[in-house]
Design a protein around this ligand. Structure first.
Ligand code: GAR
Length: 197
């Protein structure tokens, strides 16, 4: 079975969905959950699901991204993942890190890429007056929030939406999209998946 490692920075709701779906569907083996934040709420959830965890606090490394990544990389490589899923992992990756997992690292981003790479995606969609928003799962390359899109899910923007309203509506779709894309990816399918709310 394909071995899957997951990286998180926060609550880890996408990670939980992925782990639960792999465990229920038996199509992938969650081998490790890692975080740049030892306090990330998702770490406890992962352990409760029986998945080993580790964390490397990025703060003491300051601007030394390479030194931080060397520490992140060691347990990750030791777990021998076939695929790495970024699930709310909020550190920018160096090309050297990405290179280790070329063509086998996925990310979920809360916008309809190529729109709004980076942060504050929902506020930016509202500011632009967009009538729809959504999320994307893509292969990770050295360029932030770039790389081939494997799937997208769309939601309408409703009158009076705040950024938080929109974030919640999109997150519900993230939880549908990411497991569906991972399942296809692990089975070798590379076609793009489009989900409507
Ligand atoms: C999700 O909305 C994810 O798309 C976003 O962070 C949230 C994490 O939530 N990721 C990014 O913005 C990456 N650039 P979660 O920890 O509950 O899965």
């Amino acid at each position: 079975m394909k071995r899957v490692a997951l990286l998180i920075s926060g609550g880890g709701s996408n990670m939980v969905r992925l782990v639960e779906d792999m465990q229920a569907g038996g199509y992938g083996l969650p081998v490790l959950v890692g975080s740049n934040d030892p306090q990330a709420g998702g770490l406890i959830k992962a352990r409760d699901l029986g998945v080993p965890t580790y964390s490397v606090d990025h703060k003491p490394f300051g601007k030394d991204r390479a030194a931080f990544e060397a520490e992140m990389l060691r347990p990750l490589l030791a777990a021998e993942p076939d695929v790495v899923c970024l699930a709310g992992y909020m550190r920018v990756l160096t090309p050297a890190f990405v290179d280790h997992f070329k063509g086998r690292m996925l990310n979920i981003h809360p916008s309809l890429l190529p729109k709004y790479p980076g942060l504050h995606t929902h506020a930016r969609a509202l500011e632009a007056g967009d009538s729809e928003a959504g999320c994307s799962v893509h292969e990770v390359t050295a360029i932030l929030d770039d790389g081939p899109i494997l799937g997208q899910a769309r939601v309408p923007v409703l009158a009076g939406d705040s950024a938080d309203d929109l974030a919640l509506r999109v997150l519900i779709q993230e939880h549908r999209l990411y497991p569906a894309v991972l399942r296809r990816f692990l089975s070798g399918e590379r076609g793009r998946l489009d989900l409507l709310a």
